[in-house]
Design a protein around this ligand. Structure first.
Ligand SMILES: [Zn+2]
Length: 442
């Protein structure tokens, strides 16, 4: 039997980068259908191992758990894990270095984001974990192969021709069609859609806001589009209105996914489920009330995540500031991975400029990505006259000048079409209890 050369090339390249990806992928395809109590047993074993590792090797947890009066022998008792203290974004910001395992520091990578909550976050993670297997599992549920041709509506970080060429060469013969989501124009969307129909990709992936905008263009212009096997939206929850719009434009199912800077692969949909299947091999999720007690299944609570596989920069009972809940019914697809409800309320606005150019909302959240330490919080507001204000809580008086430079550069990237100003504030205004980091005044 001859093997698909695309598949061989793809797996060979990954085996150089993450040698364990192949067999681990095989394992998680099996474990998503194992009886739930077997999955739960594995989760608990992983939690015990991780906490024992943290107590011995991670300065932050050694101190936190000692102050709390926890010792490893407490793991004998039921509910020991749910009694451990919670870790907050503030802890992460103020004690970043103490979260690192000194003996494994060389494996740490850093991830930063403006984040959906408007608080810049910097986190470390173990670069050896082959996270791509969770992406492959998601694709597998829709009959998509990672070595198929794919299309992306993405923030394109490779600006130079040389960098683009190198990337294309790396993935050859698989083709990746890209539309830069930062600045969408009618022209760029039209050119992308033309290439999309010629390439016939099996997957379209991108930011919710940007993909919706492309879908709106398709419908407005009555274009007949090639249907990929799935449209996979990321980086913000997928409101039902947007889902309908995208389905209609591309005639394909839409897959919602949930992740964050601190844990990128929390949960994702299958083709039938109402909620999102949690990647329990990778992350342990809890929902708790204001007193940190678990809420009953089906009720909303504050989300705590524990990265089960990460011993280099462990996050244990980390509060990511989202609210969520378990779905009580098992999914009809037969996968036993438990389901959470889709995360709501973090919708993202886009801005319009006088020329008609649209600035993608998710792009606006990335302004401080490269320097997440300089601000405690921010939001970007477009007033009725289309002028833009970046409200920002500076880290301290020294960081103010740096913030002003970043906002200036941002204004220049918009082509000086509208005034862009910077305003220092002590507090970012909430909207009915939710932080909205991109606001368009109507
Ligand atoms: Zn399912």
């Amino acid at each position: 039997m001859s093997m698909n050369p695309r598949k061989s090339f793809y797996l060979y390249k990954w085996s150089k980068y993450h040698p364990s990806a192949g067999w681990r992928f095989h394992n998680i395809l099996a474990s998503e259908r194992m009886p739930r109590d077997i999955q739960r047993g594995k989760e608990m074993a992983a939690l015990r191992e991780l906490v024992a590792h943290a107590v011995k090797n991670i300065p932050f947890y050694r101190k936190l758990y000692a102050d709390f009066g926890f010792c490893l022998s407490d793991m004998k008792h039921d509910g020991w894990f749910e009694k451990l203290p919670i870790v907050t974004k503030k802890d992460l910001r103020e004690h970043f270095d103490e979260f690192i395992d000194p003996a494994q520091r060389q494996f740490m990578r850093v991830s930063t984001t403006g984040g959906s909550t408007g608080t810049p976050t910097k986190t470390g993670y173990d670069g050896r974990i082959p996270e791509e297997i969770y992406s492959w599992r998601l694709q597998n549920r829709f009959g998509v192969n990672p070595w198929d041709d794919h299309a992306y509506v993405w923030r394109d970080t490779r600006q130079s021709r040389w960098a683009k060429f190198k990337n294309a060469a790396l993935w050859w013969p698989t083709k990746h069609l890209k539309l830069d989501a930062s600045f969408l124009t009618d022209e760029s969307i039209a050119a992308f859609l033309k290439k999309f129909n010629a390439l016939r990709p099996s997957l379209l992936q991108g930011y919710v806001g940007a993909v919706s905008q492309v879908a709106q263009y398709v419908l407005d212009h009555h274009l007949a589009m090639w249907s990929p096997k799935v449209v996979w939206t990321t980086s913000a929850p997928l409101p039902p209105v947007q889902r309908q719009l995208i389905m209609k434009a591309f005639g394909a199912p839409v897959c919602d996914e949930y992740g964050s800077c601190e844990c990128r692969w929390i949960a994702s949909q299958c083709s039938v489920c109402k909620g999102l299947h949690v990647n329990v091999e990778h992350v342990h999720i809890e929902f708790v009330d204001d007193d940190n007690n678990p809420v009953p299944d089906g009720e909303y609570g504050r989300t705590l995540i524990t990265n089960l596989e990460d011993t280099v920069f462990p996050l244990i009972r980390y509060e990511n500031n989202d609210r969520g809940r378990w779905l009580t019914k098992p999914c009809e697809c037969g996968r036993t991975l438990p389901c959470i409800d889709s995360v709501k309320g973090r919708e993202v606005e886009s801005f319009k400029l006088p020329s008609g150019k649209i600035i993608n909302g998710e792009y606006l959240t990335t302004i401080f990505d490269t320097t997440p330490d300089i601000a405690r919080g921010f939001r970007v507001v477009q007033c009725k006259d289309l002028s833009i204000t970046v409200e920002c809580i500076p880290r301290d008086t020294e960081s103010r000048a740096e913030i002003e430079t970043i906002v200036d550069d941002f204004g220049k990237r918009l082509g000086a079409e509208v005034p862009v100003s910077c305003k220092f504030v002590d507090l970012i205004q909430h909207d009915r209890g939710k932080l909205r980091f991109v606001v368009r005044e109507k």
